[in-house]
Write a protein that binds this ligand. Structure first.
Ligand code: NAD
Length: 343
């Protein structure tokens, strides 16, 4: 099959490279210039697995403007706040034959995809697969080959031939897909999962295992889960796991499966990029508002993450001001010395 990966960051590279290795024709489309330059300069992407076996993997890379292909499926892996910009820039190669697929975290992306693709061409899912972009042109696939898993569902909840073909290719690529016919429930179950782990680990800059082993982890998680489940019940969304199953998944994932991993929201925070919190806890709070339920804990956490972003932005500004001051002082010193020598 012919794929275009829209967003060649951590997850775009993971899915795209594994689909490429499974025999598919894959082109990566990205907009981050330092990443594009590095990939072109080194002739591909450096890929590691769990920090080991770093090797160069050649890829086909284009920008939205330079791509002229006609893929069967476009796979979207941007951050939520980048999606609208990518869609606008890529629009010129979209047509009504193509399918759009994504396993982005959070909620907000489906409505944006619907502006460009018909409902029966949209397939979305969730990925319990951890990947880190170390820097431009350098990606680390966390977990052993075949260790992660994912869910996928059609927006229409009616799988067609292309859905099954995509499912087969993802299976060949070792992504362990499960096909469901509960679209919103599948996506929201992962949003709720992320609203605990991603947000709390990011706020405290801790690994998932440190959260899982904290004696009060259950209480913290349960409060957020209960609030989110109450809201989904009011919204008529049938989640794919019960409250207890979700609590169990949180426990296993943090303590056993990925204790050393930092969630993707943390990667954004430490790189001084905006986080997806408005599309995770913020989305749950918004859904609550629409159903007359005030999600106090999710609102509080969303605001705390924004406070942390604000604090980091201020620290960055202060560092840059200090650097500029030192540079000016050394420039002034050089000028004084030169003037003294001239005199
Ligand atoms: P990413 O940030 O690695 O890449 C997304 C886009 O941002 C790419 O176009 C990339 O080139 C660009 N980018 C990366 N670093 C940048 C920087 N410093 N400055 C400017 N641009 C930069 O995002 P991702 O981790 O691939 O996530 C894509 C989606 O998948 C998100 O919704 C995320 O929550 C979700 N997700 C991520 C993981 C994970 O482990 N990384 C797991 C499951 C779901």
């Amino acid at each position: 099959m012919k794929f275009a990966m829209i967003g060649a960051g951590a997850m775009g590279l993971r899915y795209g490279i594994l689909l490429q290795e499974a025999g598919n024709d894959v082109t990566f489309i990205d907009t981050w210039q330092p990443h594009i330059d590095k990939i072109r300069e080194q002739g591909g992407v450096y890929v590691s697995r769990d920090h080991q076996d770093r090797h160069l993997t050649p890829i086909k890379l284009e920008t939205p403007e330079s791509y002229k292909g006609d893929p069967d499926i476009l796979i979207f892996f941007t951050k939520q706040m980048q999606l609208a910009g990518f869609l606008k820039r890529c629009e010129h190669f979209f047509n009504d034959r193509q399918y759009a697929f994504t396993c982005m975290n959070g909620m907000g992306h489906i409505e944006k995809l619907q502006q460009y693709f018909a409902d029966d061409k949209i397939i979305a899912g969730t990925a319990l697969i951890a990947t880190v972009l170390n820097g431009p042109g350098d990606v680390d696939f966390m977990g052993k080959a075949g260790a992660g898993k994912m869910n996928m569902a059609n927006l229409t909840e009616k799988p067609d031939e292309m859905t099954h073909q995509l499912f087969d290719e993802l299976k060949k690529a070792n992504m362990n897909p499960t096909l469901t016919t509960n679209f919103r429930g599948t996506l929201m179950t992962k949003v709720i999962f992320n609203s605990v782990i991603n947000t709390l680990c990011t706020l405290f800059e801790i690994q998932m295992g440190e959260f899982g082993n904290f004696p009060k982890a259950y209480d913290l998680g349960r409060q957020l889960i209960d609030e989110a489940y109450d809201i989904c019940e009011r919204a008529g969304i049938t989640l794919v796991s019960t409250r207890d199953e979700e609590m169990h998944a949180l426990d296993i994932n943090t303590r056993i499966d990925m204790p050393l991993h930092y969630p993707s929201m943390y990667q954004d925070m430490i790189h001084d990029r905006p986080t997806e919190v408005d599309y995770i806890n913020g989305y749950i709070a918004q859904l609550g508002r629409e159903h007359n339920y005030e999600a106090k804990t999710h609102i509080f956490l969303t605001n705390l993450v924004h406070l942390a972003e604000y604090h980091r932005a201020n620290q960055k500004k202060a560092r840059e001001a200090e650097k500029a001051k030192i540079a000016n002082q050394s420039k002034a010193k050089t000028t004084t010395t030169t003037n003294a020598q001239t005199a």
